[in-house]
Design a protein around this ligand. Structure first.
Ligand code: HEM
Length: 283
């Protein structure tokens, strides 16, 4: 298949994938399948997808580099815009939950810290989505890169918002923070290490330790839980899979996929060599 066709199908599949959660939510809303508190459930679902797509958009550059597959950069913009749209929908559902009373919404945003930082993250994501077009890229020139660097502080604020609203159980937020740590370590890592086994292993271990540190800090500082209890819970098989284990598994899956891809390339090369040796008569 030509590269143009690959990019076409990849873009189409991405678009469908990005729309599916919204369609599923609309269907569940229509068929009254969102439980006893449908608005709260919808707020959670859209918030979760906003974070998922935000992390996916940040993961595309490392994925392109690790798997050496250029077409992935072609979908980065739409995944980032989808993250902003899901965050916008999340906000609109919240406003609907406040009976569209914008004064109450504004007061809540000012009063509650987790909403204040969610709002700042939303403003940044909206600005990045609006300026993501080629026209804006041309107009802003070098400042475009500087502006779009703000996606990292926005992601930090969004993950902090996730932690703060999670109350007692910060499991999912810890996974998000661990995956974000993987992405940040990858960026800070020397370029030569980023695609090598040792680099990928360091990333898996580093992200797991970062997730553990977030978990210990959060439960220790906010809930006054003894760190030893958290460590015991993390190795208790009855409580598996714990957030730290999920982050470790994600890091190992990245390595496994890279391994499978490299094996496939090796087999293809060997097969081609044998095929050529078998078909071209040697003089
Ligand atoms: C003005 C902006 C925002 C408002 C008013 C807002 C509001 C809320 C509210 C009310 C909740 C549920 C809290 C609860 O049930 O007690 C929530 C959860 C959440 N929000 Fe936001 N949010 C905003 C921005 C964002 C942004 C920008 C993101 C991500 C990019 C985000 C991601 C999340 C996530 C992941 C959750 C948790 C979902 C879950 O627990 O399953 N929010 N937000």
């Amino acid at each position: 298949m030509s590269i143009v066709r690959v990019v076409f199908w990849l873009r189409l599949a991405t678009l469908i994938g990005l729309c599916l959660p919204a369609l599923d939510l609309a269907w569940r809303w229509y068929s009254d399948d969102l439980g006893a508190r449908p608005v709260t459930e919808a707020t959670h679902i859209t918030g979760d997808w906003a974070i998922v797509f935000l992390l996916c958009s940040l993961a595309l550059t490392p994925a392109r580099s690790v798997y050496d597959w250029m077409p992935l950069v072609q979908i980065r913009r739409r995944v980032g815009v989808a993250a902003a749209l899901y965050a916008g929908l999340h906000f609109i559902i919240y406003v609907a939950d406040q009976k569209w009373d914008l004064v109450v919404v504004a007061l809540e945003i000012v009063k509650r810290f987790y909403l204040t930082i969610g709002f700042v993250a939303l403003l940044v994501l909206a600005a990045l989505a609006i300026t993501s077009t080629n026209g804006w890229q041309r107009r802003l020139r070098r400042n475009w890169k500087r502006l779009h660097w703000l996606v990292y502080p926005a992601a930090v604020l969004a993950i902090l918002h996730f932690f703060l609203q999670s109350k007692a159980n910060v499991g999912e937020a810890t996974v998000a923070a661990g995956l974000f740590a993987w992405l940040m370590i990858w960026r800070w890592m020397p370029a030569a290490l980023r695609t090598r086994w040792v680099g990928l292993l360091l990333l898996a271990v580093g992200a797991t330790l970062a997730a553990l540190a977030f978990e210990l800090m959060w439960y220790g500082l906010v809930n006054n839980v003894d760190p030893i209890r958290i460590l015991k819970a993390d190795i208790d098989p009855d409580l598996a899979p714990r957030p730290t284990l999920k982050v470790l598994l994600a890091g190992l899956v990245v390595m496994l996929l890279a391994g499978l891809q490299r094996l496939a390339i090796l087999f293809k090369r060997l097969w081609t060599k044998r095929y050529i040796q078998g078909t071209i008569p040697m003089s």
